[in-house]
Design a protein around this ligand. Sequence first.
Ligand code: KMH
Ligand code: ZN
Length: 274
Amino acid sequence: MSTGTLITVAPTGAEHAKSDVPNLPVTLEELVQTAKDCERVGAAMIHVHIRDADTRPTLDPGRLKDTVVALREETNLIVQLSTGGAVTDPEENRLRVLDAMPDSASCTMGTVNFGDDVFMNRWEFVVELHKRMRDRGIVPEYEIFDLGQLASLHRLLDQHGLPSGGHVHVDLVMGVPGGMPGDAETLVAALRMIPEGATFSATGIGRTSIPVMLAALSAGGHLRVGMEDTVSYARGERVRDNAQLVARAAGLAKIAQRPPMPVDEVRTLLKVAQ
Ligand code: KMH
Ligand code: ZN
């Protein structure tokens, strides 16, 4: 069991429209401001999706590089780029995300129904992501949307070896319609399948946010929160901003006697270069 809690903020995502969620950070300025606010209240890592000038999700290589540079200049956070993008993004664009040389990147371990869409992650594509990240010294976070994807993670590590740095960190993304439910029972089932020595974070989509957070803390796990996953703070109450979600996670982590982990400790834990 870990002594502290890694809090990752996922501030934007690819699913919410700015017109529906006006406080969603979509410009570089808004993203950097959010990152600073979240760092101040306990976040150590940021999971980044970016938007174009029309606020639509994009994997534009220039924008991604500028984003990594700006976040490094303005914060001390570990910068994790999403290679998941939006469900419409082609594989070659998703692989090209790694050219922006983030500290970390997401690597989803399989295909899953995603609401009314399909989030495609063919086996060959997953293997290619894993290998390219290792070649570049980028630390993966293996995104798990369903239990079978943990079996795929074992297969990946058995067939293709450990990631850069040698440590395995997974993120359980729970409560996506089409994926595993966001409840304590499912979290425990997932933990039984996590590779030995691996660490895990968990996030619950929508109203599963709080049950997943409490279950993850109880089980010695880490937390991901943010407006990518939840735009409602409580029943009938919209999220004010990402820092509000991070502050709540930090408060619960303190109650659990596992306060937010400082960034340098997280770098050591995940084997991300200092
Ligand atoms: N936007 C989802 C289709 C990731 O960032 O790696 C995929 C996603 C996972 O958000
Ligand atoms: Zn994401």
